[in-house]
Design a protein around this ligand. Sequence first.
Ligand SMILES: C[S@@+](CC[C@H](N)C(=O)[O-])C[C@H]1O[C@@H](n2cnc3c(N)ncnc32)[C@H](O)[C@@H]1O
Length: 350
Amino acid sequence: MPPRPKTNAGRRSAPGSAWLEAAIRVPIAAADRVGALLIAAGSQGVITGVRELAHGARRRTHETVRGFFPSREPARARLAVSTALAQARDTGVRRAAVRWRELDASLWEMDWREHFRPVRAGRRLVVVPPWDRDDHGGRTRVVIHPGMAFGTGQHATTLASLEALEALASPPPARALDIGTGTGVLAIALAKLGVQEVVALDLDPQAVSAARGNVRRNAVAGRVQLVCRSLAEAVPAPPAGRGFPLVVANLYVDALVELAPAIAKRVVPGGRLVTSGVLRSQQARVRSAYAAPAWRLLSAQRRGGWVTSVFQRLPAPRPARPGTRGATPAAAPRAPRGAAPRRRARPRNR
Ligand SMILES: C[S@@+](CC[C@H](N)C(=O)[O-])C[C@H]1O[C@@H](n2cnc3c(N)ncnc32)[C@H](O)[C@@H]1O
């Protein structure tokens, strides 16, 4: 069976522009680390899992890791990659050669067609390309054509988000919010899991256009509302105590930290937030941005070098009554109507 490549979503470039691809061949054991280095250097997605036989060898020992950069700033991309590699601890990674090439729209299309295989997520979902006709054991199909956006559901962060959403949408809440929708994969999965109203937003017009096609392909246009705007513009802060019972944000650490106050205003007390797109080394920043008194961490799932977390929104502490010391501690939150049931409070796999 061919190795399953893992792709990650998230890119930003002018409409019609090409991608710049950096391909780095490294020992298999170093592939995830190199993928993480490429993301840290500004790659908007990575593909790993393309394993190769060295000349005369019987076992596959190496893997080519590929990162994608908007082609409008080639010098900056090259400098960022060479700086990131130079700082690696592993000598093999430090000395690894980088092959660069431009990918125009048709090459990109050929490339993802070659790599996109159906991916089973959780117990009920399968993400498939449009030409796939298999039944996949009766799983719910999420059909994705990535267009010029990343996000075919194959990267650890998307897969782990899908798994978390599947668990949290059982039973499904009435509404959900997907911040950084990319190809729309998570928003479509939410609608197919039974969420009646999904708001999905992205800053990138090409991502929203790819998502629009996918929403139609999956016949969920009546349930998924797509918006090419920032969170603040797309979803006005609701009155206190109102908002979404379920929010997912598979972004990157800086955006998650920056958006923390705005997200807190848009999740109902007792509601759940799934964060992903976070490297292990960055998880501490996410935990401190989503901490008490507003949040409680319910679970943190590691997959490859990535961490996907589920947080619970806590109610605001009650104001202090005269004659008492400080605020009354917040009562244990009750799950909002239609929200997912509470999960165990101890973080997993950290
Ligand atoms: C890693 S991709 C996730 C795509 C998809 N949700 C998935 O799970 O595969 C991140 C997406 O977030 C978008 N994005 C980045 N920062 C954002 C922000 N502050 N607000 C909204 N979208 C953002 C990017 O354009 C990109 O499409």
